[in-house]
Design a protein around this ligand. Structure first.
Ligand code: 6R9
Length: 638
């Protein structure tokens, strides 16, 4: 029996039990079976959650690109590694074979070296979904530079905060990007950001939209001429198992974004293993994950997981609504996609459109459908199952996080059952626990609590860049000796898990994690704003949308308030990006506060959800009188 590829329910239970009984042996067998190690590990796992210190495959030497590319050359050199599907359907797709990927990554890595990048340096990548994004990531990994990809929808402020936080020496960007029928001027966003980034020495610029851009002498360089003259040979740098591979920022409930650090060997083993099992990947399958590589889903399941398995992975530059709402289905037909992995927000948006958009295309290549990013509601699940999967494709509702590196709780197709709205069962090696508010583990079934993980897994983040204390505080201090995810979950009578959503001040809007604190900080910079509080409320496409309660320094009337609403959203766009704009803004004269001065978001959340029948005990508030006023005002906003 191979641990690596689970094929039925009995095998799942067998493998799962083994993974809990003897985790070291379990992960060791997986690591032995599949990868190219230049030196074997001395110890499979060492951990102490109180510090926290976690290491996997300590002592091993490897290069992840050798595992994701070189290793496949002998047997699969001419196989397509990446199918690049451009924004414009009339433009040809580009098939990049493993051989070509190898060449392009090596050349790019040589350019990085020529431009002064050394092992351990941080490189910020701010690119649209074009092949250079994948190639530059892998080029960094080839030479042991740490990549920090920033989603190219983020604003210049968000970008400079991230560049400075991890002290990046270089930024890789493009003149611009296509987004449906529009173009976005990425280079000028970078220019603006770099006004506040004194340590960036070089900017490599990819030509994508052929727009006029300003190039700053001695700093900005066009990429293509550098690639044209760089040598093709670039031996991989051997890295320690625990050397950082990348930093990826995720919003926290407070303060600045957290640069989650993932290391080399554990991340590789975990993404490869979960990719193979959750998507039941078979030789010659075509896999498509619609996420942007700027998010963890793209890192793990467009790039590293599929490439480590020698798979063919689709990289899509466009959006689901351009040129019309049939675009996803057209791409599936065109490339005969076998596994399709997307987000509930996309499913809901597409489900609102005419059915013939999906009915027009041949979707018979599909074998497995996936969902990620937020809880999938029952209606969306059924629409996906009926119209896209034709009731013939298991849906894997995959729960995981930037911090976990890879999928944690999910059905395994053909082995474990799929149930609408349930992520179902933990993958082998994952030991979930539900905790009550006092830190006691809730044993048995039919319980709900805070979702924790009791034992380390190879893909978990090791620290927050530059702030290990915050890492401990956020994830390992709420409950002793366990990782706390920040999510709530229930375990039903048969032991299946259903994720109920965040229990902290993070709101998931269209699958994007948004900490409310940074948005409030941005709004509070408006000269007319005294204070603000933001909560999420249900939205039929985005899952959750944002509702802002804002106290003005002086109350403005009618038109003035309308202008203020626009300006507030403008500030948010500048500081964070358009994804964080508020759907509703209510001006109030007070916010409900505890006696220690904390805003009682629980009450605001209920008001935003239009569920004011049971606000709980408000008598302990410092200012209970403001609640009535807020409820009244909210009626006009709803
Ligand atoms: C991979 C990713 C993490 C948060 C996570 C949770 C929510 C993700 C989910 C889900 C319910 C699922 N989430 N998958 N909630 N069911 N299948 O999305 O990472 O961007 O860090 O978000 O997303 O709340 O804590 P990230």
């Amino acid at each position: 029996m191979s641990n690596y590829h689970i094929k039925n329910l009995e095998e799942y239970f067998q493998v799962y039990r083994k993974s809990v009984r003897d985790p070291e042996n379990f992960w060791e067998e997986i690591a032995e079976e599949n990868f190219l190690w230049r030196k074997r590990w001395d110890k499979v796992v060492e951990y102490d959650f109180s510090k926290p210190e976690i290491s996997w495959f300590k002592g091993a030497k490897l290069n992840i690109t050798e595992n994701c590319i070189d290793r496949h050359l002998y047997t699969h050199g001419n196989k397509t590694a990446i199918i690049f599907e451009p924004n414009e359907p009339s433009q040809p797709a580009e098939n990049i074979t493993y051989q070509q990927l190898h060449e392009r990554v090596c050349i790019f890595a040589n350019v990085l070296k020529q431009q002064g990048i050394r092992t351990g340096d941080r490189v910020c990548i701010y690119l649209p979904m074009i092949p250079e994004l994948a190639i530059s990531i892998l080029a960094c990994a080839r030479i042991g530079a740490i990549h920090s990809v920033v989603f190219a929808g983020f604003s210049s402020t968000a970008l400079h905060t991230r560049i400075n936080d991890s002290d990046c020496k270089m930024v890789i960007t493009s003149d611009g990007s296509y987004r449906g029928g529009k173009t976005i001027d990425l280079k000028s966003i970078v220019d603006e950001a770099l006004e506040s980034c004194p340590n960036v020495e070089k900017v490599l610029v990819v030509k994508r939209i052929n727009s006029e851009v300003k190039m700053k002498p001695n700093r900005d360089v066009w990429l293509q001429p550098l690639l044209d003259s760089a040598p093709i040979d670039c031996p991989p740098v051997l890295m320690d198992a625990e050397d950082p591979l990348f930093i990826l920022y995720t919003s926290g409930s407070t303060g600045k974004p957290k640069g989650m650090v993932h290391t080399t060997a554990g991340y590789m083993v975990y993404t490869a293993y979960t990719f193979k099992n959750v998507f039941q990947y078979r030789e010659n399958d075509v896999f498509w994950c619609t996420a942007d590589i700027g998010w963890i889903t793209g890192h793990s399941y467009i790039l590293y997981g599929p490439l480590a398995n020698g798979a063919t992975t689709v990289m899509f530059e466009g959006i689901p609504s351009y040129p019309d709402f049939g675009r996803f289905w057209e791409v599936i037909q065109k490339h005969k996609v076998n596994q399709f992995y997307t987000a509930p927000t996309a499913i809901r948006a597409l489900a609102k459109e005419r059915l013939d958009f999906s009915a027009e295309y041949d979707l018979s290549s599909l074998k497995i459908l996936g969902s990620v990013g937020e809880p999938i509601n029952e209606e969306a699940w059924h629409w996906y199952n009926d119209n896209i999967g034709k009731k013939n494709c298991p849906i894997v509702d995959t729960w995981w996080q930037t911090e976990t590196g890879g999928i944690m709780i999910s059905p395994i197709p053909y082995s474990t059952p799929t149930i609408p709205t349930y992520a179902t069962l933990p993958l082998p090696g994952i030991q979930p626990a539900l905790m009550d508010e006092n830190g006691n583990e809730l044993k048995g079934n039919l319980v709900s609590g805070r979702l924790c993980i009791k034992y380390p897994w190879p893909g978990m983040a090791r620290t927050i860049w530059g702030n290990h204390d915050r890492f401990r505080e956020t994830y390992f201090s709420t409950f002793k000796n366990t990782y706390f995810s920040g999510d709530g979950a229930l375990r039903d009578s048969t032991g299946y898990y259903r994720i109920t959503g965040r229990v902290d001040d993070v709101v998931i809007v269209s699958g994007h994690n948004l900490g409310t604190a940074p948005i409030e900080d941005a709004i509070n910079e408006h000269p007319a704003v005294a204070e603000s509080a933001i909560v999420g409320f249900p939205h039929d496409v985005k899952g959750k949308a944002l509702y802002g309660f804002v106290i003005l320094k002086e109350t403005g009337e009618g038109r003035l308030q309308e202008n203020l609403r626009k300006e507030i959203n403008q500030i948010i766009t500048e500081h964070i990006g358009p994804i964080a704009k508020l759907d509703k803004i209510q001006f109030v004269t007070g916010l409900p506060k505890t006696r220690s001065g904390k805003i009682m978001r629980r009450i605001l959340r209920k008001i935003a959800e239009n569920d004011t029948s049971n606000l709980g005990d408000i008598s302990t508030l410092l200012n209970p009188e403001c609640v009535e006023e807020i409820i009244e005002g909210s009626i006009q906003i709803q």
